[in-house]
Design a protein around this ligand. Structure first.
Ligand SMILES: NCc1[nH]cc(CCC(=O)O)c1CC(=O)O
Length: 312
């Protein structure tokens, strides 16, 4: 292993999207690897890869359709050998990886909550009837419509700066952003309140950074094992199994969150109709290392309770 570590002459190539958040996350993985192996920054090379999802800014992503809008080009580079590892927001990752790739290394998870962002109001509860909320997340839109059918929803995309400008221009009175992303960008000052999971269950894997590799790359596998966070792995195993059994795509509003209670795992999940006219929510507890079975069982229970006509 020692002789096999990357060097400035033979750097480890880290593939990432080019957004400020994506670069921060790639550099965080680099920091963890530098610390774990005593390596200099020059032993790594950051390779920025353009993805379809970033090139389209004027449409809601669900109109473009298809899974992996933020990942396909990056995974192609990984399979080609153009990069050695790829860093992702796990929330944006499909539940299955292409043949030849493995995604089982997660950094310690950050704040999982959504945040309420507004210039004039302090929380969802304080929004007056008829207030306009900007969000393009199917999950957040459905969750809000379910709880506050009196509010008006508008599409909202772009980076944090763009969204703050839209709030200033009164395109909307409020929006939602993940606490994790804002924390990483050093922009927690825009948050009016953090929304507890009881009020708005977050997206599966929200707040977690994952590192993908080629399945036959034993050297990289050994390096990634050193920075993997076991608790995050147990939690995501349950949440992603839940999502997989639901065949979650961008068309289906799904929320899911697992937490550890000692050697037990507590998984909560929610399925919604896109217009917020109905939802089914449930929870399960079980041994922490049986997350995959717990996730599947909760998904099956919710599908059963929702019935065949639920998403129609
Ligand atoms: N879908 C975009 C996305 N993917 C990951 C994050 C934030 C970081 C994270 O949850 O790990 C965001 C932005 C947001 O939802 O506010």
């Amino acid at each position: 292993m020692r002789d096999d570590l990357p060097t400035p002459a033979r750097p480890l190539k880290i593939g990432t999207r080019g957004s400020v958040l994506a670069l921060w996350q790639a550099h965080e993985v680099r920091r963890c690897l530098m610390a774990a192996f005593g390596l200099p920054e020059a032993a790594f090379e950051t390779v920025v890869i353009k993805v379809t999802g970033d090139q389209i800014q004027d449409k809601a992503l669900r109109e473009i359709g298809g899974k992996g809008l933020f990942t396909r080009e990056i995974e192609e580079a990984l399979l080609d050998g153009g990069i050695d590892i790829a860093v992702h927001s796990m929330k944006d990752m499909p539940t299955l990886q292409p043949e030849g790739l493995v995604l089982d290394c997660y950094l310690k998870r950050a704040d999982v909550r959504d945040s309420f962002v507004s210039l004039r109001h302090g929380s969802i509860a304080e929004l007056p009837a008829g207030a306009v909320v900007g969000s393009s997340s199917l999950r957040r839109r459905a969750q809000l419509a379910l709880r506050r059918p009196d509010l008006k929803l508008v599409e909202f995309r772009g980076n944090v700066q763009t969204r703050m400008r839209k709030l200033e221009e009164r395109v909307a009175d409020a929006t939602f952003l993940a606490m994790a992303g804002l924390t990483r960008l050093g922009m927690l000052d825009v948050v009016r309140s953090a929304i507890e999971p009881e009020e708005m269950l977050p997206a599966v894997a929200q707040g977690a950074i994952g590192v993908e590799r080629r399945s036959d790359d034993a050297r990289v596998a050994a390096m990634l094992a050193a920075i993997h966070d076991r608790d995050t792995g147990l939690r995501l195993a349950a949440e992603r199994s839940f999502l997989l059994r639901l065949d979650g795509s961008c068309e289906t509003p799904i929320a899911g969150l697992a937490v550890l209670e000692g050697d037990r795992l507590w998984l909560r999940g929610e399925l919604l109709r896109p217009d917020g006219s109905a939802s089914v929510a449930g929870e399960r507890r079980g041994p922490a290392d049986e997350g995959a079975a717990i996730g599947r069982a909760l998904a099956e229970e919710l599908l059963d309770r929702a019935g065949p006509g639920f998403f129609a």
